[in-house]
Design a protein around this ligand. Structure first.
Ligand code: SF4
Length: 433
């Protein structure tokens, strides 16, 4: 059977920039090694006692874990891989070839997902070059069918297979539901904040019968539930409902100070775990520019007003550019992170809105962006600086915050069971930020 492969367009353009890269692939990541590959790594270094000892020393066994996670590479305290040499290249790869690399290193920064017989390839914004390609080009997040997966992915067999079972309505209808989410995000006649509120409404409409483990589609009830699902998707996409959500959402008053407090506590917590110099410099700069650093008055409401004024100024000066970053990264997220990984669609949309809010605060707090907001009018040079600040912000946040267990636990704690009107309310708060 032939495999249908789709790449997001930015990944057809991606080329590793190697020594010109401002980061190092593996720094700050958790690197699992699968069962089969564990044997291959030991075999590859068998003739080199020094490498064999080094490997033995830095592989942390995980015997009770899944076959794809039978060990982890123990990172150094500074977050760097112990196999990184002085030229920031992988010493194991250099001496023993590509075959020795664990799957995650071989495919990085590609994210390869298999839905049934279909394969999708996106990227992780934790790579600065992927972030540049994804955020800056207007057509970056268009899906593009390609004939040969192996041309773009070094190790296609390491694709993550999503469980899609006819008897499991949550995964079985996931592609249809995701297609509706993508269509809503593409409605660029509305601000992104309204589009996130529309996603929240859609998720809330499905909440009573479409979630992980639902029994609403069992047996004879199945046809009725499928009709209900289809009708609810159509209802939320109708022009009247979209207009009503946009209008009602515009009147929402936001508890800005507490949101700033929450977002900055996330940044501080991640900085405290020693995430490397680039991330620490960014967070320090953000806190200082919002006057929330140690020496400042730590007045959250004042910081909120600074944030809101700066955001409006940024939109006035560089609106099209800034909207593109957030539009592209939101579409990218829907492709890259399957919603079926969360127990309910509403919990997924909540996390998405939280992520957008956190990124907006960090971008607006970026010292270079703060300076750009003081300029009387935009120039080609200022746009370039803004692009650079955006790539740095999205990349460092993807690498050091978004997948961090502490951030995910916080998101889970905030969302609770992730169901009902209360969760929708929280989605709207972060969407409005
Ligand atoms: S982070 Fe991306 S661009 Fe940089 S070295 Fe790794 S793959 Fe190449």
């Amino acid at each position: 059977m032939s495999t249908e492969t789709t790449l997001l367009r930015y990944m057809t353009r991606f080329r590793c920039i190697a020594e010109r890269c401002e980061d190092t692939c593996c720094t700050g990541l958790k690197v699992p090694v699968g069962e089969a590959h564990l044997h291959r790594m030991h075999e590859a270094v068998a003739n080199s006692p020094e490498d064999a000892a080094h490997l033995h020393q830095h592989l942390q066994p995980n015997p009770g874990g899944a076959p794809s996670e039978r060990a982890f590479i123990q990172m150094r305290p500074d977050g760097h891989c112990p196999f990184l040499d002085t030229e920031r290249l992988c010493a194991l790869q250099r001496r023993h070839g590509d075959a020795v690399l664990p799957d995650i290193c071989a495919n990085f920064p590609r994210v390869v997902t298999k839905w049934g017989e279909r394969v999708e390839v996106s990227g992780t914004l934790a790579c600065p070059e992927v972030a540049r390609q994804c955020l800056l080009e207007e057509d970056a997040v268009e899906p593009e069918p390609v004939p040969a997966l192996s041309r773009y992915v070094p190790r296609p067999e390491a694709a993550r297979a999503l469980p899609v079972h006819e008897k499991d309505a949550y995964t079985f209808h996931a592609e249809t539901v995701r297609a509706a989410l993508l269509r809503l995000v593409r409605r660029r006649e509305y601000p992104l904040a309204s589009r996130l509120a529309m996603l929240g409404q859609l998720a809330h409409g499905l909440d009573g019968f479409y979630f992980r483990g639902t029994e609403s589609f069992q047996g004879e009830a199945r046809t009725g539930a499928e009709v209900r699902l289809s009708e609810e998707l159509q209802r939320v996409e109708s022009p009247e409902v979209l207009e009503a959500v946009h209008r009602d959402f515009g009147g929402l008053t936001l508890p800005g100070g507490p949101c700033v407090g929450l977002f900055t506590s996330v940044l501080r917590a991640r900085m405290a775990t020693g995430r490397g110099e680039r991330f620490t410099t960014l967070v320090r700069g953000v806190l200082e520019s919002l006057r929330l650093d140690e020496g400042g008055p730590a007045d959250l409401d004042t910081a909120w007003r600074t944030y809101a004024e700066r955001w409006h100024r940024l939109e006035a000066l560089h609106g099209e550019r800034v909207h593109r970053y957030f539009h592209n990264s939101t579409l990218h997220h829907l492709w890259r992170a399957p919603f079926t990984d969360t127990p309910s669609l509403l919990a997924y949309v909540f996390r998405l809105a939280l992520r957008v809010g956190l990124l907006r605060l960090t971008l607006v707090g970026h010292p270079r962006v703060a300076e750009l907001c003081l300029e009387p009018s935009p120039t080609a040079g200022s746009r370039e600086q803004l692009d650079r600040a955006a790539v740095e912000t999205f990349q460092l946040m993807a690498k050091h915050v978004e997948q961090a267990p502490g951030f995910l636990t916080l998101a889970e704690g905030l969302v609770g069971e992730g169901r009902g009107a209360e969760t929708l309310g929280k989605v709207l708060v972060f969407a409005a930020f």
